[in-house]
Design a binder for this molecule. Structure first.
Ligand code: ADP
Ligand code: 3PG
Ligand code: MG
Length: 409
């Protein structure tokens, strides 16, 4: 039996996309609707670095407003430990107000009685945004009482937070015990695009993974070995794999707890006939700011007192050759510490090469979207996903916990 057939059979077996979408709800008019969004955008000096995750939520929000609904928006931002106003959704509320053309009230604590009353008596056709849902530890703990308190604000809930749907949290999964849930327009678009691309991917399927969320991405890589022809790494996650080969990584960001797991993944890659590629050339510096200290070296020549901050042009050349052979390309995660412009080159070169290729191209991720802001180049990408780890996890399992709990058609 051909290998490709096996992969298709594997994917179609686990894929269940029979969820009812918000536009299919017959009696939506005048409803009180809680919409869970992924407004986890990157902030630079308190300003929004990229608002794609907000603009992508507008179709659902506008649809509900047109139907005279009372719309209560819920989202997380970053990973705060308790109530920390550096992670406030205020910049999101301001941007949303401008984009939606409707006043957006930010409710700082929806558990307080006077705020619950305010939400109860909000006029139809209006928008409320609850302050960062991760200010409450109960959110991540998927606490049922907390989920219930949230559910009491509305008649139904809509999940439009594709990027956070891999989290088993109260606002994503727990709430479904108390309210009927439906897919938002963005969520269903993401599912349809990824589902379509993965059911019968044009081969070779090449997946690029970068970024820094090593623990979650490494377990996804393990599963992706089953469907990808090649997985090529960059960013901090590549450092952990290089460390697993025994190379000194100096002061680079390495997740040492994941080194063992990286070794297992290498071994499995060989067994599953999937190529797992690492950067051959890296950009090092002993400070993330000093230009004159930047050097390009081989992966096996990183001195102990410096760190890797980007992939080198040699790695890009290698990856470009690969890109030129691809049928389908999927990419998540920056190739370097892109917040510093000195270390954006590897990521920008990869973007250009992918955009120029004839393959079917999907790119996704919170930080990935932030560092890829060249609209002209992005227009050449077939699907720009709002999900990073969620997108990879969806590719791995064919569904996500936050999708599973929604109502069927
Ligand atoms: P995404 O949100 O696109 O899924 P991640 O959240 O996994 O991506 O990772 C993005 C972060 O990874 C960025 O803050 C970036 O600076 C960091 N990063 C990537 N490569 C490196 C590196 N070599 N050293 C330090 N940080 C890195
Ligand atoms: C993301 O940016 O990948 C999502 O918003 C999920 O964020 P989290 O990894 O903090 O759950
Ligand atoms: Mg991120």
């Amino acid at each position: 039996m051909p290998e490709g057939w096996l992969i298709c059979a594997y994917l179609s077996e686990i894929r269940v996309m029979n969820k009812k979408e918000v536009r299919e709800i017959s009696n939506i008019k005048n409803k009180r609707v809680l919409v869970v969004c992924d407004f986890n955008i990157s902030l630079k000096d308190g300003r929004i670095a990229n608002d794609t995750r907000i603009t992508e939520a507008l179709p659902t929000i506008n649809f509900l407003l047109k139907n005279h609904c009372r719309v209560i928006l819920v989202s997380h931002l970053g990973r705060p430990k308790g109530r920390d106003l550096r992670f406030s959704l205020k910049p999101v509320a301001d941007r949303l107000e401008r984009l939606a053309g409707v006043k957006v009230e930010l409710i700082n604590d929806f558990l307080q009685e006077h705020n619950r009353q305010k939400i109860k008596f909000m006029p139809e056709n209006s928008l409320i945004l609850l302050e960062n849902i991760r200010f409450y530890p109960e959110e991540k703990a998927n606490d049922p009482h907390f989920a219930q308190s949230l559910s009491q604000l509305a008649d139904i809930f809509i999940n439009d937070a594709f990027g956070a749907s891999h989290r088993v949290h109260a606002s994503i999964v727990g709430i479904s015990r108390f309210l009927p849930g439906f897919a938002g327009i963005l969520l269903s678009k993401e599912i349809n695009m990824l589902d379509g691309a993965l059911k019968r991917p044009k081969r070779p399927l090449i997946i690029f993974i970068g970024g820094a969320k090593t623990p979650e991405k490494i377990s996804v890589i393990e599963k992706l070995l089953d469907i990808a022809d090649t997985i090529a790494l960059g960013g901090a996650i590549a450092n952990t794999f290089l460390a697993a080969w025994g190379y000194g990584m100096g002061l680079s960001l390495v997740d040492y707890e994941m080194v063992e797991m990286a070794r297992v993944v290498f071994w499995q890659a060989t067994r599953k006939h999937c190529a797992l590629l690492l950067p051959t050339e890296v950009v090092i510096s002993n400070s993330s700011n000093l230009k004159d200290k930047i050097k390009i070296v081989g992966y096996d020549q990183v001195p102990p007192n410096v760190a890797i901050f980007d992939i080198g042009s040699g790695t890009n050349r290698h990856y470009r050759e690969l890109i030129n052979t691809a049928g389908t390309i999927i990419w998540n995660g920056p190739m370097g510490y892109y917040e510093n412009p000195l270390f954006q080159k590897g990521t920008n070169r990869l973007l250009k090469d992918i955009a120029d290729s004839k393959a079917f191209k999907i790119i996704g991720g919170g930080d990935t979207l932030t560092c890829l802001n060249n609209k002209k180049i992005l227009a050449k990408i077939d699907h720009v996903s709002t999900g990073g780890s969620a997108m990879l996890e969806f590719m791995k399992n064919g569904t996500l916990p936050g999708i599973e709990v929604l109502q069927n058609k």
